[in-house]
Design a protein around this ligand. Structure first.
Ligand code: PGA
Length: 253
């Protein structure tokens, strides 16, 4: 975990209707209130339709709310899209950008992710910028090159610890139950930090949180979070049950 305060972020993906989604948020918020002060920052990222309700349910608990994407423009003729300013207006502090599912499903390239990240900064949101290699890329020995290119291509010049969190999510570990070993995670997190150091300077690189994502669960979170360059987690499946998600938050102690 290193010396940085960890961040445990839930990525609900395209899951949740109003009533159960609000209940889930309330479950996490009630737990956070009952267990304050927490050893980690806690963030939940529901779908757009639930942002305002979840922000209301989490208000005063310390649990922060984020979106899973935003558009690069502030407003205008972009049917179906949502701007960073709108995300912020719904009660969010964060936005996940460049998730591998968006890179795959919507053809998001590094320049697109960078433009969205700039929009997030402009709106006063913290960007959770996702990078990670596919199985084919790892097996052909290209994981480090792919991640380096994503880090360099997706981060704006203004990236800083206060406005950016990196999430390393190997695509082969997302939703597959195949978690990276603690050693694999540490190796690539340390590599990302060295890239950040070359890009932003040693000070910012030391302060920027790098989350691990990909099949993180209560039973494997402790080992991953114990690594010096793993500063938290981006949790998909296990964030959909308050008990599992909050157990992972507890694993940061
Ligand atoms: P998972 O998803 O925990 O279900 O593997 C992580 C993510 O994609 O953010």
């Amino acid at each position: 975990m290193g010396t940085l305060r960890p961040l445990i972020a839930g990525n609900w993906k395209m899951n949740g209707l109003l009533a159960p989604g609000t209940d889930l948020a309330r479950g996490v918020a009630d737990w956070a209130r009952a267990n304050a002060p927490l050893a980690a920052d806690v963030l939940v990222c529901p779908p757009f339709t639930l942002l305002a309700a979840v922000a209301q349910a989490a208000a005063g608990s310390g649990v922060m709310v984020g979106a899973q994407d935003c558009h690069a423009e502030v407003s205008g003729a972009h049917t179906g899209d949502v701007s960073a300013r709108q995300v912020k207006d719904a009660g969010c502090t964060h936005v996940i950008l460049g998730h591998s599912e968006r890179r795959a499903d919507h053809g998001e390239t590094d320049p697109v992710v960078r433009a969205k990240t700039e929009a997030a900064y402009e709106a006063g949101l913290v960007a959770v910028v996702c990078v990670g290699e596919t199985l084919a890329e790892r097996e052909s020995g290209r994981a480090f090159d792919v991640v380096r290119a994503q880090v360099r291509g997706s981060l704006p010049a203004a990236a800083a610890p206060a406005n950016t969190v990196i999430a390393y999510e190997p695509v082969w570990a997302i939703g597959t139950g195949k978690v990276a070993t603690a050693e694999q995670a540490q190796e690539i997190h340390a590599f990302i930090r060295s890239e950040l150091s070359a890009l932003l300077g040693a000070g910012p690189a030391r302060e920027m949180r790098i989350l691990y994502g990909g099949s993180m669960k209560p039973d494997n979170a402790g080992a991953l979070l114990a690594q010096p360059d793993v500063n938290g987690g981006l949790i998909g499946g296990a964030s959909l049950k308050a008990e599992d998600f909050t157990q992972i938050v507890s694993a940061t102690r």
